[in-house]
Design a protein around this ligand. Structure first.
Ligand code: GLN
Length: 479
């Protein structure tokens, strides 16, 4: 069986018809992981027993002729910031070494309940802080499309595993771009659902007002299928929405003719790679030929998005990460003579440089005397950034923009300069701050063969329209 072309529909159909068993399919993926992942480094832990147990259940259903659920037999991988009962959960950090959570994240449980086979846990930047996957304590992930390049981050392992056909779909998280950017760098589809659409229960928190869980897949229809399974209210997450979930998969059939596509001028300025600009212009021309109306719009506060994000995200991180104290989870220093020395030594040994930088930045922004100047100001600007989107969405149905200013960069290229790395997020963080939904869809390659992604940004809770436009972009590609 060709794993390269295996989609969710294809997997389900093959397992249902008996062409292949879920067990064989899981083992084929494990063989491929053994063969290829030594180089790519996308998986941190494999959950063979659980995967094969689930595969047996699916095979029993198929043998009886029962209809398979939406993800029946589909091999998936989980970013290592989402917990799976009994499996190691490191969040890419040494401080969680040895921690085995006693429960499943809601997103993980929903995938399995829909028939998915959970292959294992995927590498990522430490606590999801980064844009290149070079901040993992367990080594960088390489981009399967160009092994001297980063896969993007922080969900680098999740994007790379799909791109290398080590899983049919994966889960990632996006706080300021961590699904969309690695999807663009690796040439796969990645979805940022609206804040509140997918439960965060069981997600190791980075910045709680920004963190979101979403899928990576090989095409838009698969993304709609996984999102359909993930979306919906969860009593375990107070920020999860009880709005009804639209029919994402069925909605893909509707024509895009007449939809108004906004093109934000601020996303096409200085610093945008010319080949990426060209590819996005090609997408817009294609959407016009299928009857979409292309309209220029403005998101005037965009230039404040990066500083605003790096104040709010670090402030929340400094608070969230205070729980890793050597007492409750994972690592504990054995040499210390006093409790406070134990806290200090555990945190010093357990956290990497970027995480420490952010805890310091965030603590500073929240400290008495600086709170108003930094944290409060950032919250006010966040409101203005959100209004920019609401104003634009009064005129248009979706926005189309680049995901990243450059294609995948070389390993080590930006590690010396944190600000350079933060600027990677220039087209992704505003949508994160505003809470709207977004998707990255492959839309071409550079002349060096590096993937290019286009971002479609939708209104709050209007994933259906966003996915529909994304699908039009994708079919435009195949024409
Ligand atoms: N690159 C951004 C950061 O480093 C976004 C990370 C994310 O979305 N988790 O914070």
């Amino acid at each position: 069986m060709e794993l390269e072309s295996l989609t969710i529909d294809g997997t389900r159909a093959a397992v249902a018809s008996g062409e292949i068993t879920a067990n064989e399919l899981a083992n084929l993926h494990y063989e491929r992981i053994d063969a290829r992942d030594g180089e790519i480094n996308s998986f941190l832990a494999l959950s063979r027993e659980r995967a094969l147990g689930q595969a047996a259940k699916i095979d029993a259903m198929a043998a009886k002729g029962d209809a398979l659920p939406a993800l029946g037999g589909v091999p998936v991988g989980i970013k290592d910031v989402l917990v799976m009962q009994g499996a190691p959960a490191t969040a890419g950090s040494l401080i969680l070494k040895g921690y085995r959570p006693p429960y499943d994240a809601t997103a993980v449980g929903r995938l399995e309940a829909a028939g998915a086979v959970l292959l294992g846990k995927l590498n990522c930047d430490e606590f999801a802080m980064g844009s290149s996957n070079e901040n993992s304590a367990y080594g960088p992930v390489l981009n399967p499309r160009a092994l001297d390049r980063v896969p993007g981050g922080s969900s680098g392992g999740s994007a790379a595993a799909v791109a290398a056909n080590l899983a049919v779909a994966t889960l990632g998280t996006d706080t300021g771009g961590s699904i969309r950017q690695p999807a663009a760098f690796c040439g796969v589809v990645g979805v940022l659902p609206t804040y509140g659409r997918v439960s965060r229960y069981g997600l190791i928190a980075f910045a709680s007002s920004l963190d979101r869980v979403g899928p990576f897949t090989k095409n838009v229809k698969d993304a709609a299928t996984v999102l359909q399974v993930l979306a919906g209210h969860d009593v375990m997450d107070a920020t999860s929405s009880d709005r009804p979930v639209d029919d994402y998969v069925g909605g893909l059939e509707k024509p895009v003719e007449g939809l108004r596509i906004g093109v934000p001028a601020e996303y096409f300025g200085e610093g945008l790679d010319l080949e990426i600009r060209g590819a996005i212009e090609g997408v817009l021309a294609g959407l016009k030929t299928v009857g979409c109306v292309i309209k220029p719009v403005n998101l005037p506060h965009t230039k404040y998005a990066i500083p605003t994000y790096y104040v709010i995200a670090t402030a929340e991180a400094s608070s969230n990460l205070s729980r890793f104290d050597g007492v409750r989870f994972g690592l504990r220093d054995a040499e210390a003579k006093t409790l406070s020395e134990m806290f200090r030594r555990t945190r010093d040994a357990g956290f990497g440089a970027e995480v420490k930088r952010r805890i310091l930045l965030g603590t500073y922004a929240l400290s008495a005397g600086y709170y108003d100047a930094y944290y409060k100001k950032a919250q006010q600007v966040r409101t203005l950034l959100t209004r920019d989107f609401l104003t634009a969405f009064a005129e248009v149905d979706v926005l189309v923009a680049p995901v990243t200013p450059t294609p995948a960069f070389k390993l080590g290229e930006k590690t010396d300069d944190p600000v350079k790395m933060y600027l990677e997020d220039i087209y992704s963080v505003a949508a994160s701050l505003a809470g709207v939904c977004g998707i990255s869809v492959p839309c071409g390659e550079t002349k060096d063969g590096l993937p290019i992604g286009v971002q479609v940004i939708g209104r709050h809770f209007d994933e259906a329209t966003m996915l529909r436009v994304a699908q039009a972009v994708e079919t435009g590609q195949l024409r």
